[in-house]
Design a protein around this ligand. Structure first.
Ligand SMILES: Cc1cc2nc3c(=O)[nH]c(=O)nc-3n(C[C@H](O)[C@H](O)[C@H](O)COP(=O)(O)OP(=O)(O)OC[C@H]3O[C@@H](n4cnc5c(N)ncnc54)[C@H](O)[C@@H]3O)c2cc1C
Length: 419
């Protein structure tokens, strides 16, 4: 094997923050740091084209829209169209419209597919002179508990590079390298498997009038907008089902039955996959000068649309914390980053878990849990206080996570390292 150090170049490179991963979390951290005049380098394993096409989330929640607004970035980074704040529940074919807006005149949620947000963040960061390196292979962070961590990576010509920094933002998703750089035992993983499978389908087919969640004895189904002529559908399936078990005709039949819409217009299917609903939280979201952001720290089951929105929440907190440190030598927000993020993470995990159980149990569960779940839906549709609490959670404007700042990380980790 070639001696790594013999090919090491640019070892004197230095920046304030190395951001690993150019998904929603990494690009938001980088763009907000740039907006604060703080230098950073983003290392992304894939090509720009690959990252720009990854279709996943579809709604930027109200809280996240207001976060971008507070940075003066809404018009530049958010595409899509405003969301009218109405969610449709269809129970055994019967429609119930529920408001998930806060009723104020402030900026509200947007129907902005994840890949549009990623494309716009990328463009904004690059237009501002940002340093974003695609196709960075073998990224590995080192010396995370020292004053000046180093991140190594390899370019396509085989050259290994090293960048020294003050902080590493681990924004590389659930299968990235940031978390694996943390020694065993330093983080606790809290994992939960819901025992439920979903088939997810993307199609060039008309979006629904409102995001639609359907309860049916055959299982849960959903239909979400993903653009002017694009839709994402979900169908509950056995936890280990394979996409091959779902030929096109079976998908459209199941959707028409469970959505209670025999006239549902179909279209060419562009992607389909199956996955198990699972939730995962790593605590703390920090190790030395490494800060985990978004899916690198936590996975939320898709119900409630919180995964990407939590990534944006973490990114905002981290960027502000680094800004406080660089501008004012104040490390309070760095020390409380993990506990503040985790408070919101658990809040949103609970909401997602509640909605997951309610919408699946109301359909195909045993009689007792089915009745409980239907009682919860009845309360949501008919009790104004329940509807208000639901809207608060959907918008992300619930006060949880914004108020008390809990434990700080002890020690003197964040003295200035110097170049
Ligand atoms: C089918 C599906 C539907 C979803 N729907 C919703 C929804 O409706 N609402 C919602 O809020 N959320 C949704 N989510 C969740 C949402 O997509 C994620 O929470 C979000 O992508 C997290 O962003 P992230 O930047 O933390 O991670 P990612 O988007 O995973 O980005 C990580 C980035 O890091 C890069 N990377 C990985 N490893 C390395 C490495 N070793 N070196 C360098 N770079 C690396 C990756 O290439 C990627 O670009 C959905 C997810 C799925 C799978």
């Amino acid at each position: 094997m070639a001696d790594e150090t013999s090919q090491l170049q640019d070892s004197s490179e230095s920046t304030t923050v190395v951001v690993i991963g150019a998904g929603p979390a990494g690009l938001t951290v980088a763009t907000l740091l740039q907006h604060s005049g703080i230098d950073c380098v983003v290392l992304e394993r894939h090509s720009r084209e690959h990252v720009a096409q990854r279709q996943r989330a579809g709604i930027v929640e109200t809280r996240a829209v207001r976060m971008f607004d507070s940075w003066g970035l809404t018009d530049r980074v958010l595409g899509g169209v405003p969301y009218d704040g109405i969610l449709e529940f269809r129970v055994d074919g019967r429609s119930h419209l529920v408001s998930d807006s806060d009723g104020s005149d402030g900026p509200s949620a947007r129907l902005c597919p994840q890949q549009i947000l990623v494309q716009k963040l990328t463009q904004t960061f690059l237009d501002g002179g940002g340093d974003l390196r695609f196709e960075a292979a073998d990224v590995s962070p080192h010396d995370l508990t020292g004053d000046r961590p180093t991140v190594h990576y390899r370019t396509a010509d085989g050259t290994t590079h090293a960048i020294t920094c003050d902080f590493v933002a681990g924004c590389d998703g659930d299968h990235g390298v940031s978390r694996t750089a943390v020694p065993d035992g330093a983080l606790t993983a809290h994992a939960f498997d819901h025992g439920i499978g979903w088939l997810t389908v993307l199609a060039d087919a008309p979006p629904p009038a409102h995001p639609l969640l359907a309860v049916n004895a055959r299982g849960f189904a959903a239909h979400f907008p993903r653009g002017p002529y694009a839709s994402r559908y979900y169908l509950q399936c056995p936890p280990d089902d394979h996409p091959d078990a779902w030929p096109e005709a079976r998908i459209w039949d199941a959707l028409r039955t469970r959505l209670g819409d025999p006239a549902l217009v179909c279209g060419p299917i562009t992607d389909r996959e199956t996955f198990r609903l699972r939730s995962l939280v790593h605590d703390p979201m920090q190790y030395g000068r490494l800060f985990l952001v978004g899916d690198a720290a936590h996975i939320v089951s898709p119900m409630g649309g919180k995964g990407m929105n939590l990534a944006l929440y973490d990114a905002d907190l981290l960027a502000r914390a680094v800004r406080d440190f660089v501008r004012s030598d104040d490390d309070t927000a760095l020390r409380t980053y993990s506990s503040r993020c985790l408070r919101r993470v658990w809040n949103d995990q609970e909401f997602s878990h509640w909605l997951t159980r309610t919408l699946h149990d109301a359909g195909d569960a045993a009689p007792f849990p089915r009745h409980l779940a239907r009682a919860r839906l009845d309360r949501l549709f008919n009790a104004p206080a329940s509807a208000r609490a639901f809207a608060e959670l959907m918008t992300g404007l619930d006060p949880t996570g914004e108020a008390v700042i809990s434990q700080e990380v002890p020690g003197n980790l964040f003295a200035h390292g110097g170049d």
